[in-house]
Design a protein. Structure first.
Length: 80
């Protein structure tokens, strides 16, 4: 599943992810379990409000690698 993230149409980061979820453009949401709760808490709330399921990934490094960036990622959203 994570291997598909590299080529998927996506947004990376909390701010862009919030916008995609609010706008109804999000197809799938990935959150790193080691990200700070104050950072990803609003993502969980938005997903709950919009009926979206969250896929949890062990580390920010793992999520960053999956999307092809050299730093960790707290949140990645695959777009419709």
């Amino acid at each position: 599943m994570l291997s598909e993230l590299r080529t998927a149409h996506k947004v990376i980061g909390v701010k862009q992810s919030k916008k995609a979820i609010r706008d109804g453009a999000a197809a799938q949401v990935f959150v790193a379990l080691d990200a700070e709760k104050r950072v990803v808490g609003p993502i969980y709330e938005l997903c709950s409000e919009h009926g979206m399921e969250v896929t949890e990934v062990t580390t920010m490094t793992e999520l960053g690698d999956a999307v092809g960036i050299d730093v960790g990622a707290a949140v990645v959203v695959v777009l419709h």
